[in-house]
Each structure stands twice: as structure tokens, then as C-alpha cells.
Design a protein around this ligand. Structure first.
Ligand code: DGL
Length: 264
């Protein structure tokens, strides 16, 4: 099937770019609309009610405006809270992002692993259910960090991100009882793979790091089997609030193939 319909990739900020990177590897010809809800950022410190009201309504507007082939909610916080609601109101396929608990349980040798997400994600029943279903024989430590989200945003704006701050975030996991046996860390926020290098640099010992990006890209590629995109690949970044600060992101957005920026 030939089409010009783009993939719509959605997050509160730059985090979804870590998912977009994996999607681009598998589907280099797909036109992309990347939406960062900077008007609602950060999601990780918001309530379920706030996000439940905001995310489905905003995605509804975006789908109406850009008529995408498929929507990717490249955000663990939005997905674990409102994926079902979004699917119920949109008449387009929606791929969500959920913490990679299952892959972590498959590779952890010590049977102790960590889930590093936003404060909102780590308290979700969705995560309890993943742990019950896939990691019932593991000790799963959780830590929510809004600071690490802010640090990833700073990094992509080219601002300084001191390494000791990353160590403090890791200590939030490692200082919990059982932390000394932890061998695997799930990056359960799409912002976090963007600062994986820094986390690895301050880690007191080597860990296995797991995130959902590749799995999501494979799912998107599977759902797009038979789709042939016409025209040159294009990338548009959409922000929900006009903000001077967005200009600092121009270089980073370009490096992900997003060469035009608009406000919704
Ligand atoms: N990137 C988002 C996630 O995967 C949320 C970051 C935020 O806005 O707090 O959870």
C-alpha cells in the first residue's frame, strides 16, 4: 500500500527521540511527525487524573491534524496511565511503551533488578502486573526520578550535566535493601536511554541495561508491513507551546532527522 501518512511519535519532551532512533533504523523511509508536549512537561510528577485528561485529548487533536498511519506513545508514563483510554478514543493503531520488565527478568542472573522510571510510572499498577506476570521470582527495586528526566532535557539542549548528579540517581536504586545484588537496570522512561552513557560512566560496577526502544521499533515495523512511503523521508517536530527554549533543541532534533519545527 502506497501512502504519505506519517508515523506520529509522541512524548512529553525529548525522551521519545530514543524510540524514534530505533524506528528510523528499521523504517528509514517513513515520514515522521514527532510531538513533544512541552506545554504539559513534565509528565512524571503529574497525577493520573491530570494525564488521563490531557493525553487522550491531545492525541485526538494530533491525529485529526496529521492523519498518521500509526501512533507511537513513546512515553512510559503516558502509556502506563492512559494507553487503554487512548486506544478507546482513536481510530488508528496505537503502540505504547511499557517498562521492559519481561526482558530484564529473562536476563537477570542474580534475580534482582531495578526499574528506573518517573515517579508516576514506578507507582503504577501496570508495573505491579508486569512484575507479577513476568518476574515473580525476582526482587524488583523501583526508583522514580524526575531529576533524570530534567538532566536528559538539559543534555539535548547542550547544557552541562554534572556526573555526580547521575550517581545520586543510581544510588536511589542501589541503596535499597538488596541493591548490592542488583545486576540489571530497566530504563523505564524514554528520556533515560539518552543519558545511558553518563549512567554507565558513574555505575559502581557493570550492569545490564534494558529499555523498550528496539522492541517498539520491531512492533511498529511489523504493523507497517506492506506500507510503502511515497516521497523523500521527512521529519517534523511539533511542540504544544511556543517557547524560546525550543531553539536550543534545533541541533539535537536535526540529528534525529527532524528538520522542521512548528507549534501546535
Ligand atoms: N519520557 C517520559 C517517560 O517515558 C516521561 C518524562 C516526563 O515528562 O516526566 O516516562
Amino acid at each position: 500500500m502506497k501512502t504519505r501518512k506519517p508515523l506520529l511519535v509522541f512524548d512529553s519532551g525529548v525522551g521519545g527521540l530514543s524510540v524514534l532512533r530505533e524506528i528510523r533504523r528499521l523504517l528509514p523511509a517513513a515520514p515522521v511527525v514527532y510531538c513533544a508536549d512541552n506545554g504539559g512537561f513534565p509528565y512524571g510528577t503529574k497525577t493520573e487524573a491530570e494525564l488521563g485528561a490531557r493525553v487522550p485529548a491531545l492525541l485526538g487533536r494530533l491525529v485529526e491534524r496529521f492523519d498518521p498511519q500509526l501512533v507511537v506513545i513513546a512515553c512510559n508514563t503516558a502509556s502506563t496511565i492512559s494507553l487503554a483510554q487512548v486506544r478507546a478514543v482513536l481510530n488508528v493503531q496505537v503502540v505504547g511503551t511499557v517498562p521492559a520488565v519481561k526482558p530484564a527478568a529473562l536476563i537477570s542472573r542474580t534475580r534482582v533488578f531495578g526499574v528506573l522510571g518517573t515517579p508516576a510510572t514506578v507507582r503504577q499498577a501496570y508495573v505491579d502486573n508486569l512484575v507479577r506476570e513476568f518476574a515473580s521470582d525476582c526482587l524488583v527495586l523501583r526508583h522514580g526520578s524526575a531529576e533524570l528526566v530534567a538532566m536528559a532535557e538539559r543534555k539535548l539542549r547542550g547544557l552541562p550535566t554534572p556526573l555526580p548528579e547521575f550517581r545520586a540517581v543510581l544510588d536511589g536504586l542501589l541503596s535499597q535493601p538488596g541493591g548490592e545484588r542488583l545486576d540489571t537496570i530497566v530504563l523505564a522512561c524514554t528520556h533515560f536511554p539518552l543519558v545511558k552513557e553518563e549512567l554507565m560512566a558513574v555505575a559502581p560496577r557493570p550492569f545490564q541495561w534494558v529499555d523498550s526502544g528496539e522492541g517498539i521499533a520491531r512492533r511498529v515495523a511489523y504493523l507497517c508491513q506492506g506500507v510503502e512511503w511515497e516521497g523523500p523521508p521527512s521529519g517534523l517536530a511539533v511542540f504544544t507551546r511556543a517557547d524560546e527554549d525550543v531553539h536550543f533543541l534545533t541541533t539535537a532534533l536535526r540529528s534525529f532527522g527532524l528538520d522542521r519545527i512548528v507549534t501546535l
